[in-house]
Design a binder for this molecule. Structure first.
Ligand SMILES: *[C@@H]1O[C@H](CO)[C@@H](O)[C@H](O)[C@H]1NC(C)=O
Ligand SMILES: *[C@@H]1O[C@H](CO)[C@@H](O)[C@H](O)[C@H]1NC(C)=O
Ligand SMILES: *[C@@H]1O[C@H](CO)[C@@H](O)[C@H](O)[C@H]1NC(C)=O
Ligand SMILES: *[C@@H]1O[C@H](CO)[C@@H](O)[C@H](O)[C@H]1NC(C)=O
Length: 314
């Protein structure tokens, strides 16, 4: 009697408990399957993402893209067209930035072409008046101090194209966000990188546009005042148009106090002179062009080289 009773109780309760447990188990298993699925999917997505970025965020030896590139380029562009050269007030800086961006974002930074930059150069270039072009090599600091003091002359860095990008680094990346802020290829890693292609094109254009008498400021305190591997020696001199350029004036500047490594009759200047003359350009050279030397003297006024009439005494 008790057994059947137990059995009955058991039969009544156990199926009941069994029913609840089964529901819970189904629920638990369902939740677990869901969790496992989510974890697996997440892991797969993360692993894929990591693999993608390790494959596509290329590492280079050069400095990465300048932080806030967009703001830097836009700010410089607006500054140039409003305060530096208001004649260019009609240039569209927003469009110039978009065009610059399109030239390199999401692209392999070793595969940039002149076609990539042509729209930007068309948009941002502007003429430089005759007799006002100033080329330079190895005198970066002095030449720009001189053009800042003498607003009459233009180096490439005093044109809109050079002004916007001077000292700035930039390159693209095939993966998001399309710009590599960590590193960019150096010239030695690949020549067709965004800044090398840009500077070569801008320099070529700057030289092609020069007319009248052009000036060149070179450094006589380094071993080779003229180097054929420089932008000036490899791009600019070959793009001066002898039909437009009446003469090339070389200013060979020495550091105050020397050393005097090269003079106007030194071997590298002689080489430059013969290259230019072969191209039918007439050349003259002046050691320590006085207006520039006076500027050097502002930071070293008591030095013997800075006394009045130094050139007569020598
Ligand atoms: C480089 O760019 C050209 C044209 O844009 C393309 O045909 C070529 O496949 C690219 N090469 C690499 C290595 O990305
Ligand atoms: C450029 O300079 C040369 C020589 O100094 C001069 O004859 C010529 O008139 C100048 N041209 C302009 C446009 O100023
Ligand atoms: C010449 O080059 C040296 C080394 O780059 C530099 O320190 C110096 O300031 C330069 N001199 C002039 C006159 O630009
Ligand atoms: C230089 O000028 C001469 C005579 O005017 C001409 O025969 C020669 O082809 C020119 N050379 C170059 C490189 O333009």
């Amino acid at each position: 009697v008790r057994n059947p009773e137990f059995g009955t109780i058991a039969n009544v309760h156990i199926p009941c408990l069994g029913f609840l447990t089964r529901q819970r188990i189904v629920l638990l298993v369902g939740i677990m399957v869901l969790i496992v699925t989510i974890v697996v999917v997440l892991a797969a997505v993360l692993a894929h993402g990591r693999k993608e970025s390790s494959v596509q965020l290329l590492e280079w030896k050069g400095r990465g893209t300048t932080k806030n590139l967009q703001e830097v380029i836009l700010g410089r562009c607006y500054n140039y067209i409003t305060t530096v050269n208001p004649e260019l007030r009609d240039k569209d800086c927003q469009k110039i930035w978009e065009t610059m961006k399109n030239a390199f974002v999401y692209k392999n930074p070793c595969n940039i072409t002149t076609e990539d930059y042509q729209p930007l150069l068309d948009l941002a270039s502007h003429p430089v008046p005759c007799n006002k072009s100033l080329f330079w090599s190895k005198t970066n600091d002095l030449v720009h101090r001189y053009t800042k003091a003498n607003h009459n002359l233009f180096t490439l860095e005093d044109t809109l194209l050079g002004y916007m990008t001077d000292g700035v680094s930039w390159c693209g990346s095939p993966s998001r966000p399309g710009i590599n802020y960590e590193s960019c290829p150096k010239w030695s890693e690949c020549e067709s990188n965004p800044s090398t292609v840009y500077w070569k094109m801008a320099s070529k254009m700057f030289a092609e546009a020069a007319c009248g008498v052009v000036q060149v400021m070179l450094n006589g305190s380094v071993d080779d005042a003229f180097r054929s591997s420089s932008i000036f020696g490899s791009v600019e001199i070959f793009n001066l148009d002898p039909d437009k350029v009446s003469a090339v004036q070389i200013w060979l500047m020495h550091n105050i106090g020397g050393p005097h490594r090269e003079s106007c009759v030194g071997h590298s200047i002689t080489k430059l002179t013969s290259i230019l003359e072969e191209r039918n350009l007439s050349v003259s050279c002046e050691d320590n062009y006085r207006p520039v030397q006076l500027l050097q003297c502002t930071s070293d006024p008591d030095h013997a080289d800075c006394r009045l009439c130094t050139s007569n005494v020598q």
